[in-house]
Design a protein around this ligand. Structure first.
Ligand code: FAD
Ligand code: MLT
Ligand code: ZN
Length: 479
């Protein structure tokens, strides 16, 4: 069997789902809507958010408990049925959808909050809780969640952990490797691994939960997590500034760390071409005039007046140094939301062009925007748009190219050029989206042979039948 979409890829030697398997799954998940087999219900689970990867799964399973996940994995492991764990299906590297006919295990119905310790701020919840719903829940307790991203309305916390998502607050709260205190996961053979501690400090042996953070569904199914939630800031302000050059953005970053220090909570940039995309495709408008670059600075602190004073002083200084030419500051939540919308909705805006070639790289800051310029020059008029935006504060660039429809010639101009360019500058070919299906064969651009070899050994030992998310993360051929 070969996939219609991926003619060069051979299906692994997995079993095919039979009527008997369906009836076993139905016994395990008895109510309606928990074993989906109807073609019309399956299509959303088979197609990724970017609409660039499509599988052909014949069954979607929707467990509610860890024990049910364990039961599913036991059956699949015994029968050698391949499985794709799926959360909100907002992943951007084709990792969340089947490649062939893998069983989809969706966490949609695993959406209970298990506990919240108001004093320590530790939240424990099931993996299928939607990120935005968690944010709302903890907000009532004057807490916030240490991760935020444009997909918060759909992505699940389990999916966030599985991809080690970065997002808009990483600058302030660090990566999930720091803020996740515990994980419960079901292994490929159905065993339940209980590492669901909520302790801040615990140096008793290997820190196994870290294995699952960023493993993109290849080592186990995350069923629950405990996360440390910081205090909700009393005051949030956002400045949106226009700049003439990218080096100025770096200078402003340096100054913002110096002058805003403890209240700086996000430092994001978008270029002129990103702004055009937001205007043309999303009908959004810029709160300031036209500039080659825009920077979004967010501050979050405990004293609004104090923070505003600091921010105003900082802006005056940036203007007088000639680093900023125009800007606006928002403190009301609706204005803040509108400004964030310009940045957060770019991924959505790009889809209106047709096909989006999406790259998410880490680069040393001096080379950061050079990749966008190099790509623009290389592609000339052949692409509809070449844009750069991203988490400058974290050294994470999002380079996006669009065309009306998928075009192999454009793709051949982009890859492997983009990955070689990044590797030559010792960057990472995936800063936060993961490798999934699309990028697994570029792993050697960022990881040594010895590292990939050890990853494969870990995979073999945790999932000897290779049933968990095959064709993802690890390369098709080991070197
Ligand atoms: P899915 O897409 O369903 O799955 C992603 C991967 O995780 C797959 O490999 C899947 O098999 C695996 N997986 C899912 N759930 C589990 C589980 N319970 N156990 C084991 N494996 C599992 N990413 C960022 O890092 N930063 C951003 O700022 C950001 N912004 C985004 C904005 C938009 C508009 C969109 C569409 C995406 C964005 N993303 C971002 C990418 C994506 O949303 C994140 O990677 C998110 O963490 C995926 O969560 P999900 O629940 O949708 O996972
Ligand atoms: C973002 O930061 O907006 C997300 O990672 C999505 C994207 O890269 O387009
Ligand atoms: Zn991002």
């Amino acid at each position: 069997l070969t996939s219609v979409r991926y003619p060069d890829l051979k299906r692994g030697g997995y079993a095919t789902v039979t009527d008997r398997d369906i009836s076993d799954f139905e016994k395990l998940l008895p109510e309606n809507g928990r074993v989906l087999t109807d073609a019309s219900e399956l299509s959303g689970y088979n197609t990724d958010w970017l609409k660039t990867c499509r599988g052909n799964s014949q069954v979607v399973l929707r467990p509610k408990t860890t024990e049910e996940v364990s039961g599913i994995m036991k059956i699949c492991n015994e029968r050698k049925l391949a499985v794709v764990p799926q959360g909100g299906n907002t992943g951007l590297v084709g990792g969340s959808v089947p490649v062939f006919d893998e069983v989809v295990l969706s966490t949609q119905l695993m959406n209970n909050i298990i506990s919240l310790d108001e004093v320590s701020g530790t939240l424990t919840c099931q993996a299928g809780c939607v990120l935005g719903a968690i944010e709302e829940y903890v907000s009532d307790y004057n807490l916030t969640i240490p991760i935020d991203l444009g997909a918060k309305g759909s992505c699940h916390i389990g999916g966030n952990l599985a991809t080690n998502a970065g997002g808009l607050r990483l600058l302030r709260y660090g990566s999930l490797h720091g803020s996740v205190l515990g994980v419960e996961a079901v292994l490929a053979n159905g065993d339940i691994l209980d590492c669901l501690t909520s302790l801040r400090k615990d140096n008793t042996g290997y820190d196994l939960k870290q294995l699952f953070i960023g493993s993109e569904g290849t080592l186990g199914v995350i069923t629950a997590a405990s996360i440390i939630c910081p205090q909700k800031p009393h005051a949030v302000s956002v400045a949106f500034l226009g700049c003439e050059s990218f080096p100025n953005i770096l200078q402003i970053f340096k100054q913002s760390k110096n002058m805003l220090g403890e209240i700086l909570s996000a430092y994001e940039f978008i270029d002129f071409q990103s702004m055009s995309c937001a205007k043309e495709n999303l009908n959004l408008s810029s709160p300031i005039g036209d500039f080659p670059f825009y920077v979004l600075i967010e501050t979050s602190g405990s004293n609004g007046q104090h923070d505003e004073e600091k921010l105003n002083q900082f802006l005056e200084e940036m203007m007088s140094l000639g680093l900023v030419h125009d800007g606006t500051v928002a403190t009301e939540s609706i204005k803040i939301k509108n400004i964030w919308g310009l940045r957060e909705r770019l991924a959505e805006g790009l889809l209106h062009d047709g096909y989006c070639y999406k790259y998410d790289v880490s680069l040393p800051l001096p080379h950061f925007y050079g990749l966008v310029e190099a790509m623009r020059e290389r592609l000339g008029d052949s692409a509809k748009r070449v844009i750069g935006y991203g988490h400058v504060g974290d050294g994470n660039l999002h380079l996006n190219v669009t065309s009306k429809e998928y075009n192999q010639e454009i793709m051949d101009q982009i890859e492997p050029f983009v990955y070689d360019w990044v590797a030559e500058r010792r960057g990472s070919v995936s800063a936060e989206h993961g490798l999934g299906f699309k990028k697994r064969d570029f792993i050697y651009h960022s990881k040594s042979k010895s590292a990939v070899h050890l990853m494969q050994m870990m995979k073999n030992s945790l999932d000897p039948n290779g049933i968990l998310n095959p064709y993802k993360v690890l390369p098709s051929t080991l070197r």
